[in-house]
Design a protein around this ligand. Structure first.
Ligand SMILES: Cc1cc2nc3c(=O)[nH]c(=O)nc-3n(C[C@H](O)[C@H](O)[C@H](O)COP(=O)(O)OP(=O)(O)OC[C@H]3O[C@@H](n4cnc5c(N)ncnc54)[C@H](O)[C@@H]3O)c2cc1C
Length: 374
């Protein structure tokens, strides 16, 4: 069946690779003139890596990323609340530059699969075909998959989707430096008074970092003033964090407000189904947004290849995904809200200190498991 994907982000490209593996003809339409993201890193947790291994690109990703044994919540002097191996799974966590991840995904597809400069504008459902209008093409397709991100035009048109601001903003960057040997395979998120700073190595000479603070929505700042502003904000944090900020090109720092998507009651209609952030964007507090999009790629391709009836395939996909997605979105939101409140921080600290290892391990296992993959 002819399948069209709107959006060449992590979800759209991974879905195209997964469908190609099953012999389903697919085209991706991406609105930007160039593919790929720059200026930040990303953590691919075991659930995502299981899917990426399954579709044959895990090794290529490991080759250009860095394996991480532990990612821990710590205080502002880097002291962990609880020393705990987070990678209980035999599959590795990989921290990687986003541009490198995009390149691996793009290179795994034949060159004619992705069309750039094609903004999705509108669609019309006619019997079993959807006519889709892009900025530079008109397409007829049997299946339309919306992977166009949290501000998805398709999700707005179909379900009046709305984002929900968390009250927090985030700066991200890549510092050109090496971390001390004991942190080479260990990431940290350090909590201070209503501010957080996280970092992880993505190569021997690059450290990806993020800094989170409360702020009104849509505030802007001058790129040239960011370094000084962050140095002042994080002045009570460990000197390593100052070194990370100092070693970053401030013109390449990124600022985004942190939002998720208000829960959609359904992800599909007629011949159209939403995936990834377009269906269920989450706040990044569990580092699971893209991982969930990658899982979608696996489950939607499996559902489409095992059902002749499209409605049955979409229903199966949503039934298989809903529980975990809700768990991630809700817990990630709660975790982020707790991190920026004194009572919440005390509670997280106590839970982390007192919970038996088996409980913490089981919580992670729930998120890391993918049906049929190990
Ligand atoms: C601060 C921060 C840190 C994060 N850290 C992590 C992490 O460590 N691990 C993790 O798993 N996740 C993380 N995430 C979440 C992750 O970035 C997203 O969940 C992921 O990028 C979503 O991928 P996607 O392909 O679904 O959507 P997007 O990345 O938004 O991609 C959508 C694509 O569609 C295109 N598009 C949009 N509209 C149209 C249109 N009308 N027509 C055609 N194309 C269109 C866009 O240009 C884009 O290429 C983080 C997010 C933030 C904000």
């Amino acid at each position: 069946m002819k399948t069209t994907i709107v959006g060449g982000g992590i979800t759209g490209l991974t879905t195209a690779i997964a469908l190609k593996k099953l012999g389903i003809e697919t085209k991706v339409y991406e609105k930007t003139p160039q593919l790929g993201e720059t200026g930040a890193g990303i953590m691919l947790q075991p659930n995502a890596m299981k899917v990426l291994n399954h579709i044959g690109i895990g090794e290529a990703i490991c080759d250009v990323g860095k394996s991480i044994d532990q990612f821990e919540i710590a205080d502002q002097q880097l002291k962990p609340y609880r020393q705990l191996k987070t990678n209980f799974d035999t599959t590795k966590i990989i921290a990687i530059h986003r541009a490198r991840l995009h390149k691996v995904l793009y290179d795994a597809l034949p060159s004619d699969v992705v069309s750039l400069n094609q903004e999705y504008l509108s669609h019309q459902q006619n019997e079993n075909l959807v006519s889709v209008e892009f900025s530079n093409a008109k397409v007829e397709t049997q299946i339309l998959l919306g992977a166009d991100g949290i501000h998805s035009n398709l999700a707005k048109q179909l379900f009046n989707a709305k984002s929900r601001y968390s009250g927090q903003t985030c700066w991200r960057g890549i510092a050109h430096m090496s971390l001390p040997a004991d942190l080479a395979h260990r990431g940290k998120e350090c909590w201070g008074e209503n501010i957080r700073f996280g970092f992880v190595s993505i190569s021997d000479t690059e450290v990806y970092w993020f800094a989170v603070a409360m702020a009104p929505e849509h505030q802007k700042d001058e790129p040239a003033e960011r370094k000084a502003m962050l140095m002042e904000k994080y002045k009570n944090f460990h000197p390593l964090i100052h070194e990370i900020i100092q070693n970053t090109d401030e013109t390449k720092m990124i600022r985004n407000d942190i939002s998720d998507l208000e829960r959609l009651n359904c992800w599909y209609k007629d011949s159209i189904c939403l995936l990834g952030d377009a269906a269920h964007a989450t706040t990044p507090n569990m580092g699971q947004g893209a991982c969930q999009g990658i899982e979608d790629a696996y489950y939607i391709s499996r559902a489409l290849s095992s059902n002749d009836n499209l409605r049955a395939a979409f229903l199966q996909f949503e039934q298989e995904r809903r529980k975990k997605v809700d768990h991630v979105v809700n817990n990630s939101w709660r975790f982020g809200q707790m991190a920026h409140r004194p009572f919440g921080r005390r509670m997280v600290k106590t839970i982390m200190k007192l919970s038996p290892t088996s409980v913490l391990k089981n919580q992670l296992k729930k998120v890391y498991s993918v049906d049929g993959l190990s």
